[in-house]
Design a protein around this ligand. Structure first.
Ligand code: ADP
Ligand code: MG
Length: 214
């Protein structure tokens, strides 16, 4: 694929004598969404962590827009928005302050306008002045997603973003991810929601015992 945004080649990860990932390859092109599915413990989160550099693979490599992943590179940090489990928020920044900081720190022009738009989209306008500790778990999930959507990005990497969202939230998320594709961005989505995967993903990579490559 010549216009691959993300290329992953031969990612292998062992913990002790257990091989969790064995030579995983995948590509995500601009404007494309690729799903990663598989049972609990099949290595989905480990794969995402190895790809974005939060964990070190035993072998293999990931490149984003032709550059080997290195979170210290400003070009990589600018292009990549990641939402994994257990995002930490600054405890003493309100929802709107948090999003404003994210947008500005990543050099987003028109930060205020973008933050207001995303707040409305994710349905957090009413609680925008509250501290993260006062939000429900679903609202915290929405804030985590909003943090990704207020910043510039070429590739979105999401680990079970539907977790703890209500029905409307999952519906909104699907629409948002389709819009990301239409805007020419890539999406790498780990999800247990077959309806969401079916709606959004162009291709699916399966991990675990039923994986095609064993
Ligand atoms: N840091 C680690 N040390 C040891 N084992 C780990 C570590 N991280 C993940 N694992 C193991 O790797 C397997 C895959 O985990 P994970 O990638 O979280 O699965 P999934 O996200 O598909 O549910 C699990 O058996 C898990 O216990
Ligand atoms: Mg996981």
């Amino acid at each position: 694929m010549d216009d691959a945004l993300l290329t992953v080649r031969g990612i292998t990860r062992r913990f002790g004598d257990r091989t969790i990932l064995s030579g995983v390859d995948l590509d995500v092109a601009a404007g494309e969404a690729v799903g990663v599915v598989g049972p609990n413990g099949s290595g989905k989160s480990t794969l995402l962590r190895c790809i974005v550099g939060a964990d070190e693979a035993d072998s293999g490599e990931a490149t984003l827009a032709g550059r080997v992943f290195d979170e210290r590179l400003p070009e990589i940090r600018r292009d990549l928005a990641v939402v994994m489990d257990d995002i930490d928020f600054f405890p003493d920044l309100s929802v709107v302050e948090h999003l404003d900081l994210m947008a500005r720190a990543h050099g987003q022009p028109d930060a205020e306008e973008i933050v207001n738009g995303v707040l409305a989209e994710v349905g957090l306008m009413e609680v925008s002045g509250q501290l993260p500790s006062t939000l429900s778990s679903g609202q915290r999930r929405r804030l985590a997603l909003a943090s990704a959507f207020v910043r510039p990005r070429l590739l979105l990497v999401l680990d079970e973003p539907e977790a703890r969202l209500d029905v409307d939230g999952v519906q909104w998320l699907g629409t948002k991810l389709l819009a990301e594709k239409a805007a020419g961005r890539g999406v790498l989505l780990v999800s247990h929601d077959p309806v969401l995967v079916d709606r959004v993903c162009d291709r699916v990579v399966r991990l675990g015992p039923d994986a095609a490559d064993g």
